[in-house]
Structures are given as C-alpha cells and as structure tokens.
Design a binder for this molecule. Structure first.
Ligand SMILES: N[C@@H](CCC(=O)N[C@@H](CS)C(=O)NCC(=O)O)C(=O)O
Length: 205
C-alpha cells in the first residue's frame, strides 16, 4: 500500500487528509525533519513524501495531491477536468505552494532568511513573513467570498489550504478574525469526520 511520510504540524497534513477522504488502504509514517528515515526517501529532508508499493517516490505537496486526485477519480477530488477547471486547480495549487506556504517559511525558520542571527534581526524576519502571509490570506479570503470551496467543488486544494489556515489561525495577528471566508472554510473542514480522524492520529503520541 502507499506510504505517506508526515510530520506533526506540517503541510503533509494535506495529503494525509486526502488519503483519508479517498478511503483506500495506506500507511502514514510520522518522521522527524532531517532524520535518517526521512532522508532515505527524500534527500531534502522534507515532508510530505509519498512512496508507492513498487518503491516509486514522489515529493512536493502539490504534485502528490494532484497525483492522488487523478489516481482515484472515483473520489471526485480533482475539482473538475475541463480545461479551465484544470487551470484553476493549478492556479490555486501554485498559489498555496509559492505564495502562501512560502510566506510562512521566514516565520518558522527565520535563521534561514538572514545572516544576522541577532534576536532583533530574526524578529524582523518573522514580522516580514507574517505581513506577507496576511497579504496571502486577504487574497484567499476575497476569492472565497460567496464560495464554499476554493474550486467549484470540494477538492484536494481545500485540503492543501487547511494546514496553512491552521498556521494562520495560530500565528497571524488576530488569527482568522480579518478573514471570515477563510474562517468558514476552516470550520467546514474541521467539522469533517475524516479530517478529525487525521488530526487525532497526528496528535496522538
Ligand atoms: N516545496 C515543498 C516544501 C516542503 C516543506 O518545506 N515542508 C516542510 C514542512 S511544511 C518541511 O518539511 N520542512 C523541513 C525543512 O525544510 O527542513 C512542498 O511543497 O512539498
């Protein structure tokens, strides 16, 4: 069966949710960043990483989500197959990878974004990351006005946004208070029994 390598609190929550939505057998393996177990499957030492039964390895959250959605069309998680539906799925996957996720990196790992390791310099990097993340939340919130899901129906893209929305709720000034449409999406996903099962599994020691 496929194996998902995940870390607690990471973006790997997204494919974990998608595997649960799909409902086919899979194994979820918790790893630590930089551990030999993770480096053996992903030299970048990052999650998510997916290993198929024949040993084929796939990294990059956006690619893993697109692969799972198309491997299991019966789960109806692609967001649609028309030319424009495919384009919208790519658009929002790219937004989440390159704009939203990237904005959080300076917040989580400020030491990678400044050669000045003083507390003041690191705090400035964190503040800049939070400001950039707030801009991305505003973009997502505008898009979600009048919509239940990021695409025209529930898709892997909603699962992709979920861990980042959780980071925003915890780390942004005022949490999700300024982003009511994002907060609605958060609540809709958080109420999903499959999402709750995955969160419980990931937080269990
Ligand atoms: N571009 C990669 C980034 C993956 C990534 O950075 N994941 C984080 C967790 S959210 C990680 O594993 N960080 C560990 C590290 O960078 O050392 C993707 O989208 O999958």
């Amino acid at each position: 069966m496929p194996v998902l390598y995940y870390a607690v609190g990471a973006c790997s929550l997204a494919p974990h949710i998608v595997l649960e939505w799909i409902g086919a057998p899979y194994k979820a393996v918790r790893v630590n960043y930089g551990s030999p177990e993770l480096l053996a499957v992903n030299p970048a030492g990052a999650v998510p990483t997916l290993r198929e039964e024949d040993g084929w390895l796939l990294t990059q959250a956006g690619a893993i989500l697109d692969y799972l959605a198309h491997k299991h069309p019966e789960a109806d998680l692609t967001g649609g197959e028309s030319l424009r539906e495919r384009a919208e799925a790519h658009r929002w996957s790219a937004f989440l990878t390159s704009d939203m996720h990237a904005a959080f990196w300076p917040v989580f790992m400020p030491d990678r974004y400044t050669t000045d390791q003083s507390p003041e310099a690191r705090a400035a990097v964190v503040a800049a990351g939070k400001a950039l993340a707030a801009k991305q939340f505003a973009t997502l919130d505008r898009h979600l006005e009048g919509r239940d899901w990021i695409l025209s129906r529930r898709s892997v893209i909603d699962a992709y946004a979920f861990p980042m929305i959780r980071w925003g709720a915890k780390l942004l000034e005022g949490g999700l208070g300024s982003y009511p449409n994002v907060a609605r999406l958060h609540d809709r996903l958080a109420a999903d029994p499959a999402v709750q099962r995955v969160l419980a599994r990931e937080s269990a020691r």
